[in-house]
Design a protein around this ligand. Structure first.
Ligand code: GAL
Length: 377
Protein backbone atom coordinates (compact mmCIF):
# COMPACT_ATOMS: atom_id res chain seq x y z
CA UNK A 1 0.00 0.00 0.00
CA UNK A 2 2.85 2.37 1.02
CA UNK A 3 4.62 1.74 -2.28
CA UNK A 4 1.40 2.40 -4.20
CA UNK A 5 0.89 5.67 -2.33
CA UNK A 6 4.52 6.54 -2.93
CA UNK A 7 4.19 5.70 -6.62
CA UNK A 8 1.06 7.80 -7.03
CA UNK A 9 2.46 10.62 -4.95
CA UNK A 10 5.80 10.53 -6.70
CA UNK A 11 3.90 11.48 -9.85
CA UNK A 12 2.38 14.37 -7.91
CA UNK A 13 5.86 15.20 -6.58
CA UNK A 14 7.39 15.07 -10.05
CA UNK A 15 4.52 17.19 -11.28
CA UNK A 16 5.28 19.59 -8.47
CA UNK A 17 8.82 19.80 -9.80
CA UNK A 18 7.95 19.92 -13.47
CA UNK A 19 5.73 22.31 -15.35
CA UNK A 20 2.61 20.58 -14.02
CA UNK A 21 1.18 22.04 -10.81
CA UNK A 22 -2.20 23.79 -10.85
CA UNK A 23 -2.37 27.33 -12.26
CA UNK A 24 -3.56 28.68 -8.89
CA UNK A 25 -0.67 26.88 -7.15
CA UNK A 26 1.87 28.36 -9.57
CA UNK A 27 0.28 31.81 -9.39
CA UNK A 28 0.40 31.78 -5.59
CA UNK A 29 3.99 30.45 -5.70
CA UNK A 30 5.02 33.11 -8.20
CA UNK A 31 4.67 35.74 -5.47
CA UNK A 32 7.19 33.79 -3.34
CA UNK A 33 10.97 33.89 -3.56
CA UNK A 34 13.42 31.15 -2.56
CA UNK A 35 17.09 31.91 -1.88
CA UNK A 36 19.43 28.99 -2.71
CA UNK A 37 22.98 29.45 -1.40
CA UNK A 38 25.57 26.88 -2.51
CA UNK A 39 29.14 26.90 -1.11
CA UNK A 40 31.07 26.89 -4.37
CA UNK A 41 30.88 26.18 -8.08
CA UNK A 42 34.44 24.74 -7.93
CA UNK A 43 33.27 21.27 -6.90
CA UNK A 44 31.18 19.26 -9.32
CA UNK A 45 28.36 18.26 -7.03
CA UNK A 46 27.28 21.79 -5.97
CA UNK A 47 26.68 22.84 -9.56
CA UNK A 48 24.35 19.85 -9.94
CA UNK A 49 22.59 20.60 -6.64
CA UNK A 50 22.20 24.30 -7.44
CA UNK A 51 20.90 23.80 -10.97
CA UNK A 52 18.48 21.06 -9.98
CA UNK A 53 17.12 22.97 -6.99
CA UNK A 54 16.69 26.13 -9.08
CA UNK A 55 14.85 24.22 -11.83
CA UNK A 56 12.60 22.44 -9.32
CA UNK A 57 11.46 25.68 -7.66
CA UNK A 58 11.13 27.67 -10.90
CA UNK A 59 9.07 24.91 -12.54
CA UNK A 60 6.72 25.16 -9.56
CA UNK A 61 6.35 28.92 -10.09
CA UNK A 62 8.70 30.30 -7.44
CA UNK A 63 11.17 33.12 -8.02
CA UNK A 64 14.71 31.83 -7.31
CA UNK A 65 17.88 33.65 -6.25
CA UNK A 66 20.87 31.23 -6.60
CA UNK A 67 24.33 32.09 -5.27
CA UNK A 68 27.72 30.28 -5.24
CA UNK A 69 30.21 31.70 -2.72
CA UNK A 70 33.57 30.33 -3.94
CA UNK A 71 34.12 28.45 -0.65
CA UNK A 72 34.46 31.86 1.05
CA UNK A 73 32.48 32.09 4.31
CA UNK A 74 32.51 35.92 4.38
CA UNK A 75 31.23 36.04 0.82
CA UNK A 76 28.45 33.59 1.68
CA UNK A 77 27.42 35.78 4.64
CA UNK A 78 27.17 38.73 2.25
CA UNK A 79 25.30 36.64 -0.32
CA UNK A 80 22.70 35.63 2.29
CA UNK A 81 22.39 39.19 3.63
CA UNK A 82 21.99 40.46 0.07
CA UNK A 83 19.13 38.05 -0.62
CA UNK A 84 17.48 38.98 2.69
CA UNK A 85 17.72 42.69 1.83
CA UNK A 86 16.13 42.11 -1.58
CA UNK A 87 13.34 40.13 0.05
CA UNK A 88 12.98 36.34 0.29
CA UNK A 89 10.41 33.91 1.67
CA UNK A 90 12.69 30.93 2.41
CA UNK A 91 16.44 30.31 2.46
CA UNK A 92 18.01 26.97 1.48
CA UNK A 93 21.71 27.06 2.47
CA UNK A 94 24.61 24.62 1.99
CA UNK A 95 27.09 26.34 4.33
CA UNK A 96 30.71 27.05 3.43
CA UNK A 97 31.38 27.22 7.17
CA UNK A 98 28.60 25.91 9.38
CA UNK A 99 29.89 28.03 12.27
CA UNK A 100 30.05 31.33 10.40
CA UNK A 101 26.48 32.23 9.45
CA UNK A 102 25.17 33.54 12.78
CA UNK A 103 24.78 37.19 11.61
CA UNK A 104 22.67 36.61 8.49
CA UNK A 105 20.68 33.88 10.21
CA UNK A 106 19.86 36.15 13.16
CA UNK A 107 18.60 38.64 10.56
CA UNK A 108 16.56 35.88 8.85
CA UNK A 109 15.02 34.94 12.19
CA UNK A 110 14.27 38.61 12.91
CA UNK A 111 12.47 38.85 9.56
CA UNK A 112 10.66 35.55 10.10
CA UNK A 113 12.35 33.96 7.07
CA UNK A 114 12.56 30.17 7.50
CA UNK A 115 16.00 28.65 6.84
CA UNK A 116 16.56 25.07 5.69
CA UNK A 117 20.11 23.72 6.09
CA UNK A 118 20.94 21.81 2.89
CA UNK A 119 23.40 18.92 3.05
CA UNK A 120 25.61 20.58 5.70
CA UNK A 121 24.37 21.37 9.20
CA UNK A 122 24.47 25.02 10.28
CA UNK A 123 25.62 25.41 13.85
CA UNK A 124 24.76 27.45 16.94
CA UNK A 125 21.55 29.02 15.67
CA UNK A 126 17.84 28.45 16.30
CA UNK A 127 17.09 29.90 12.87
CA UNK A 128 17.40 26.47 11.24
CA UNK A 129 13.97 24.93 10.80
CA UNK A 130 14.98 21.73 8.98
CA UNK A 131 18.10 19.87 7.85
CA UNK A 132 18.12 17.87 4.60
CA UNK A 133 21.11 15.65 3.98
CA UNK A 134 22.32 12.11 3.58
CA UNK A 135 23.15 10.04 6.64
CA UNK A 136 26.66 11.44 6.95
CA UNK A 137 27.86 9.07 9.67
CA UNK A 138 26.72 6.21 7.44
CA UNK A 139 28.75 7.63 4.53
CA UNK A 140 31.89 7.37 6.67
CA UNK A 141 30.96 3.91 7.95
CA UNK A 142 30.56 2.67 4.38
CA UNK A 143 34.02 3.99 3.51
CA UNK A 144 35.59 2.43 6.62
CA UNK A 145 33.81 -0.88 6.04
CA UNK A 146 34.96 -0.94 2.42
CA UNK A 147 38.60 -0.74 3.54
CA UNK A 148 38.02 -3.29 6.31
CA UNK A 149 36.63 -5.77 3.77
CA UNK A 150 39.03 -4.96 0.91
CA UNK A 151 42.01 -5.67 3.20
CA UNK A 152 40.08 -8.54 4.81
CA UNK A 153 41.08 -7.21 8.24
CA UNK A 154 38.95 -9.76 10.10
CA UNK A 155 40.75 -12.74 8.54
CA UNK A 156 44.33 -11.59 7.86
CA UNK A 157 47.09 -10.58 10.25
CA UNK A 158 48.55 -7.49 8.52
CA UNK A 159 49.84 -5.09 9.54
CA UNK A 160 48.60 -2.76 6.81
CA UNK A 161 49.54 0.88 6.28
CA UNK A 162 46.69 3.36 5.80
CA UNK A 163 46.39 7.14 5.52
CA UNK A 164 43.28 9.25 6.08
CA UNK A 165 42.29 12.31 3.99
CA UNK A 166 39.34 14.25 5.43
CA UNK A 167 37.36 17.21 4.14
CA UNK A 168 37.35 20.86 5.14
CA UNK A 169 37.43 21.28 8.94
CA UNK A 170 34.72 24.00 8.74
CA UNK A 171 32.28 21.46 7.23
CA UNK A 172 30.31 19.58 9.90
CA UNK A 173 29.77 16.79 7.37
CA UNK A 174 33.51 16.27 7.06
CA UNK A 175 33.74 15.59 10.77
CA UNK A 176 30.86 13.14 10.58
CA UNK A 177 32.40 11.30 7.64
CA UNK A 178 35.61 10.98 9.68
CA UNK A 179 33.76 9.85 12.82
CA UNK A 180 31.75 7.25 10.91
CA UNK A 181 34.83 5.81 9.22
CA UNK A 182 36.91 5.92 12.38
CA UNK A 183 34.22 3.98 14.25
CA UNK A 184 34.90 1.11 11.86
CA UNK A 185 38.72 1.21 11.60
CA UNK A 186 39.61 2.24 15.18
CA UNK A 187 39.70 -1.33 16.59
CA UNK A 188 42.20 -2.31 13.90
CA UNK A 189 44.36 0.73 14.63
CA UNK A 190 44.29 -0.06 18.35
CA UNK A 191 45.29 -3.67 17.68
CA UNK A 192 48.14 -2.56 15.43
CA UNK A 193 46.69 -4.31 12.37
CA UNK A 194 46.26 -0.90 10.74
CA UNK A 195 49.18 1.54 11.01
CA UNK A 196 49.11 5.26 10.13
CA UNK A 197 52.82 5.98 9.49
CA UNK A 198 52.27 9.75 9.12
CA UNK A 199 50.80 9.86 12.63
CA UNK A 200 47.84 11.84 11.23
CA UNK A 201 45.11 10.15 13.24
CA UNK A 202 42.72 13.00 14.11
CA UNK A 203 40.11 14.84 12.05
CA UNK A 204 42.06 18.08 12.33
CA UNK A 205 45.38 16.40 11.27
CA UNK A 206 43.70 14.90 8.18
CA UNK A 207 41.51 17.87 7.08
CA UNK A 208 41.78 19.25 3.51
CA UNK A 209 41.17 22.99 3.09
CA UNK A 210 38.18 23.64 0.85
CA UNK A 211 38.02 19.93 -0.03
CA UNK A 212 40.31 20.97 -2.88
CA UNK A 213 41.98 18.36 -5.09
CA UNK A 214 45.12 20.51 -5.22
CA UNK A 215 45.39 20.60 -1.43
CA UNK A 216 44.84 16.84 -1.10
CA UNK A 217 47.53 16.22 -3.73
CA UNK A 218 49.99 18.57 -2.01
CA UNK A 219 49.41 17.02 1.42
CA UNK A 220 49.72 13.45 0.14
CA UNK A 221 52.91 14.21 -1.79
CA UNK A 222 54.43 15.46 1.46
CA UNK A 223 53.32 12.29 3.28
CA UNK A 224 54.81 10.04 0.58
CA UNK A 225 58.11 11.90 0.69
CA UNK A 226 58.39 11.60 4.49
CA UNK A 227 56.96 8.14 5.25
CA UNK A 228 56.64 6.04 2.11
CA UNK A 229 60.03 6.11 0.44
CA UNK A 230 60.29 2.36 1.08
CA UNK A 231 57.10 1.50 2.98
CA UNK A 232 54.05 0.00 1.26
CA UNK A 233 50.78 1.97 1.39
CA UNK A 234 47.77 -0.37 1.47
CA UNK A 235 44.84 2.09 1.62
CA UNK A 236 43.87 5.75 1.68
CA UNK A 237 40.56 6.61 3.32
CA UNK A 238 39.45 9.66 1.30
CA UNK A 239 36.29 11.46 2.47
CA UNK A 240 35.13 12.45 -1.03
CA UNK A 241 35.99 12.31 -4.73
CA UNK A 242 37.68 15.71 -5.02
CA UNK A 243 40.19 14.67 -2.35
CA UNK A 244 40.51 11.14 -3.80
CA UNK A 245 41.42 12.73 -7.14
CA UNK A 246 44.26 14.59 -5.40
CA UNK A 247 45.52 11.40 -3.79
CA UNK A 248 45.43 9.54 -7.12
CA UNK A 249 47.40 12.36 -8.75
CA UNK A 250 49.95 12.25 -5.90
CA UNK A 251 50.29 8.45 -6.23
CA UNK A 252 50.99 8.70 -9.95
CA UNK A 253 54.20 10.63 -9.53
CA UNK A 254 55.34 10.03 -5.96
CA UNK A 255 54.50 6.58 -4.62
CA UNK A 256 57.32 4.06 -5.00
CA UNK A 257 55.32 0.94 -4.16
CA UNK A 258 54.18 -1.43 -6.94
CA UNK A 259 50.67 -1.98 -5.53
CA UNK A 260 47.45 -0.04 -6.09
CA UNK A 261 46.28 1.12 -2.65
CA UNK A 262 42.58 0.83 -1.84
CA UNK A 263 41.12 4.34 -2.27
CA UNK A 264 37.65 5.44 -1.14
CA UNK A 265 35.62 8.47 -2.25
CA UNK A 266 32.18 10.09 -2.24
CA UNK A 267 29.91 11.91 -4.75
CA UNK A 268 30.39 9.92 -7.96
CA UNK A 269 32.26 12.73 -9.74
CA UNK A 270 32.88 11.95 -13.43
CA UNK A 271 36.69 11.90 -13.26
CA UNK A 272 36.54 9.55 -10.28
CA UNK A 273 34.12 7.20 -12.03
CA UNK A 274 36.73 6.96 -14.80
CA UNK A 275 39.41 6.21 -12.20
CA UNK A 276 37.19 3.52 -10.66
CA UNK A 277 36.73 1.90 -14.08
CA UNK A 278 40.49 2.16 -14.69
CA UNK A 279 41.27 0.65 -11.27
CA UNK A 280 42.85 3.82 -9.82
CA UNK A 281 40.10 4.29 -7.22
CA UNK A 282 38.24 1.45 -5.47
CA UNK A 283 34.84 2.90 -4.64
CA UNK A 284 32.77 6.00 -4.19
CA UNK A 285 29.71 6.67 -2.04
CA UNK A 286 26.97 7.87 -4.35
CA UNK A 287 24.44 10.39 -3.07
CA UNK A 288 21.72 11.08 -5.61
CA UNK A 289 21.61 14.89 -5.35
CA UNK A 290 18.36 14.91 -7.31
CA UNK A 291 16.78 12.90 -4.50
CA UNK A 292 18.31 15.23 -1.92
CA UNK A 293 17.11 18.26 -3.86
CA UNK A 294 13.62 16.78 -4.32
CA UNK A 295 13.25 16.22 -0.57
CA UNK A 296 14.49 19.77 0.05
CA UNK A 297 11.94 21.01 -2.47
CA UNK A 298 9.04 19.08 -0.89
CA UNK A 299 9.93 20.25 2.65
CA UNK A 300 10.44 23.87 1.52
CA UNK A 301 7.19 23.89 -0.47
CA UNK A 302 5.23 22.87 2.61
CA UNK A 303 6.97 25.44 4.78
CA UNK A 304 6.12 28.13 2.20
CA UNK A 305 2.50 26.93 2.38
CA UNK A 306 2.57 27.55 6.13
CA UNK A 307 2.73 23.85 6.99
CA UNK A 308 5.09 22.13 9.46
CA UNK A 309 6.47 18.96 7.81
CA UNK A 310 7.00 15.98 10.14
CA UNK A 311 7.84 12.30 9.78
CA UNK A 312 4.56 11.74 7.95
CA UNK A 313 5.98 13.49 4.89
CA UNK A 314 8.22 10.42 4.37
CA UNK A 315 5.24 8.32 3.24
CA UNK A 316 4.61 10.64 0.31
CA UNK A 317 8.22 10.84 -0.89
CA UNK A 318 9.41 8.48 -3.63
CA UNK A 319 12.94 8.25 -2.21
CA UNK A 320 14.52 6.24 0.61
CA UNK A 321 14.76 8.78 3.46
CA UNK A 322 14.30 8.75 7.21
CA UNK A 323 12.99 11.47 9.51
CA UNK A 324 15.23 12.10 12.52
CA UNK A 325 14.93 14.48 15.46
CA UNK A 326 17.77 13.18 17.65
CA UNK A 327 20.98 12.94 15.61
CA UNK A 328 21.68 16.54 14.68
CA UNK A 329 22.04 18.84 17.67
CA UNK A 330 23.53 22.05 16.21
CA UNK A 331 24.62 23.66 19.45
CA UNK A 332 21.34 25.53 19.82
CA UNK A 333 18.66 22.90 19.15
CA UNK A 334 17.91 19.41 17.87
CA UNK A 335 17.19 20.04 14.20
CA UNK A 336 14.39 18.07 12.47
CA UNK A 337 16.25 16.18 9.76
CA UNK A 338 15.41 14.23 6.63
CA UNK A 339 18.34 11.86 5.97
CA UNK A 340 18.66 10.05 2.67
CA UNK A 341 20.44 6.72 2.20
CA UNK A 342 23.89 6.67 0.50
CA UNK A 343 25.01 3.90 -1.89
CA UNK A 344 28.42 2.24 -2.35
CA UNK A 345 29.50 2.20 -5.99
CA UNK A 346 32.34 0.12 -7.43
CA UNK A 347 33.24 -0.79 -11.01
CA UNK A 348 30.68 -3.61 -10.72
CA UNK A 349 27.52 -1.56 -10.15
CA UNK A 350 28.01 1.78 -11.94
CA UNK A 351 24.80 1.06 -13.84
CA UNK A 352 23.14 2.52 -10.70
CA UNK A 353 24.36 5.95 -11.88
CA UNK A 354 22.94 5.46 -15.38
CA UNK A 355 19.63 4.29 -13.91
CA UNK A 356 19.21 7.70 -12.25
CA UNK A 357 18.86 9.30 -15.67
CA UNK A 358 21.57 11.83 -14.77
CA UNK A 359 24.40 9.80 -16.35
CA UNK A 360 24.93 7.61 -19.41
CA UNK A 361 27.57 5.24 -20.82
CA UNK A 362 29.79 7.07 -23.31
CA UNK A 363 30.06 6.07 -26.99
CA UNK A 364 32.80 3.54 -26.15
CA UNK A 365 30.44 1.93 -23.61
CA UNK A 366 33.38 1.87 -21.17
CA UNK A 367 33.11 5.18 -19.32
CA UNK A 368 30.28 7.23 -17.82
CA UNK A 369 29.38 10.82 -18.68
CA UNK A 370 26.77 13.23 -17.39
CA UNK A 371 23.53 13.63 -19.33
CA UNK A 372 23.70 17.22 -20.56
CA UNK A 373 20.73 19.56 -20.15
CA UNK A 374 20.13 19.53 -23.91
CA UNK A 375 19.95 15.74 -23.94
CA UNK A 376 17.61 15.78 -20.94
CA UNK A 377 14.89 17.75 -22.72
C1 GAL B 1 30.33 17.75 1.80
C2 GAL B 1 29.30 16.96 1.03
C3 GAL B 1 30.04 15.91 0.23
C4 GAL B 1 31.20 16.47 -0.56
C5 GAL B 1 31.90 17.64 0.07
C6 GAL B 1 32.62 18.48 -0.95
O1 GAL B 1 29.72 18.56 2.72
O2 GAL B 1 28.36 16.33 1.89
O3 GAL B 1 29.09 15.28 -0.64
O4 GAL B 1 30.77 16.86 -1.81
O5 GAL B 1 31.06 18.47 0.82
O6 GAL B 1 31.94 19.55 -1.33
Amino acid sequence: MKKMIAAVTSMVMLCGMTSCGTKDEKDSNSKKTVGICMPTAELERWNTDGEYLKNSFEKAGYEVKLTFSNNDATRQNNDVLGILNEGVDLLLIAAVDGNALAKPLDEAMGKGVPVVAYDRLIMNTKAITYYISFDNLEVGKLQGAYIRDALDLDHTSGPYNIEIVSGDSADNNARMFFDGAYDVIQPYIESGKLRILSGNTTFEDTATKGWLTSNAEKDMKKTFGKYYTSEKLDAVLCANDSTALGVTKALAGNYKGNNQPVITGQDGDIDNLKNIIDGKQSMTVFKNVRDEASVAFEVSKRILNGETPTGRLIDSLAVDVRYDTESYQNGAKYVQSYLLVPTVLTKDNLQVMVNTGMYKWDDSGKYIEAVTKAAEK
